[in-house]
Design a protein. Sequence first.
Length: 462
Amino acid sequence: MKYISTRGRAPALTFEEAMLSGLARDGGLYVPEEVPVMTPGDIRALHGLSYEEVAFRVMRPFVGDGFTDEVFADLIAKSYAGFGHGARAPLVQLAPGHFLLELFHGPTLAFKDFAMQLIGQLFEEALTRRGERVTIVGATSGDTGSAAIEAFRGLDAVDVFILYPHGRVSEVQRRQMTTPVEENVHAVAMDGHFDDCQARLKDMFNDFDFRDGVRLAGVNSINWARVLAQVVYYFSSAASLGAPERKVSFTVPTGNFGDIFAGYIAKKMGLPIDRLVVATNQNDILHRCLSTGDYRMDEVTPSISPSMDIQVSSNFERALFDAYGRDGTPVAQLMDELKSGGFHVSQGALEALREHFTSGRASEAETMATITSAHATMGELLCPHSAIGVKVAEEQRDPGVPMITLATAHPAKFPDAVEEASGLRPPLPERMADLFDRPERVTRARNDLADLKTLIQERIPS
Ligand SMILES: *Cc1c(COP(=O)(O)O)cnc(C)c1O
């Protein structure tokens, strides 16, 4: 299977090449040329399988010949062995017809572990086979960075640099990035917001001399392999509620549109999904866009759900590519207009998007109120991101269709907000109880491309 760029001006690549390069050279994002389909029989056959077996069957057709069946199954097994729950992604019931998909049982307590653990294994395997070494640079609003560091720490073929906005991630998130002792791990606290970190990351990828010189690779949510790993739990959860016989809907707390785009891929593969509901916090560019067609940047307002504090939503480009009939030319033009503030989605493309996606938002007060009420009436402690999902899901729920809301982080990652809303301070799981005692190691940096390039060049082995 080949992967093509959403801007139509970069060479088609294999799965492995697209994974190792991240962003396409024309600035676009890789998408599969064609999405493989699972028949109702294929989906029915998932009933009763382990998470790992579902993962193998869902992802195998996308991966190509670079990995044999045996190796791929082994990498999947290693990826999820460190999770704190045998089901990996357990489904709990919140109310009649409303379910919570707990995606926070991985090593850093957020859903990003599902993709990052797998991508760590895939990189190690591919690079070792090729005799290569890469420098991974990532930008994070909190959870991506810790998940990447956890996935790549101690690997021989990889240095990992994570840029995060100084003072704008939670203490647990920061400590998960700054306490690993491995020499190949570099946490960088940069001035500015997450979008500044993401912008500098894009600049580095667009600087081809630098990119080739340090063998830059990206594992941000634009990496296709990450999207793919997230498709799996849409299948596992829908199958456990009776797919393909019964349709389900999903509500997804959304920032960069990666997680919910994985749900869209599941739907394109044949999973009977009724609606995909985008849930945003007060940084609601996606909700505004789906409501009005206007995709316009705004200031980032820091919130109690920092992993969703974004100005632009990078994976949305993949949805736009489909909405514009898989033509890279209009997409490239829109992305050009975005540089000067925003763009308007055409009526046809907006209708195409609305066939699959609806949206809602939650204010800070609504998020807190949902944490309070979910604890009081459902006995469930929600992290602020998951609470946004639950609030929007309850507003948009169709009583005839089961709703699955994705719980994207463990409440203990955001203990202050959870305690204020519920009166309970959620404890960290046993295995990370000493996080607050470990020494931190971090580099401060200005929001400056040249500074960041120098820092990276000086740190990697020559
Ligand atoms: C990253 C993250 C999100 C947003 O996911 P996207 O794929 O960027 O939409 C939501 N909640 C948590 C806890 C996250 O870490």
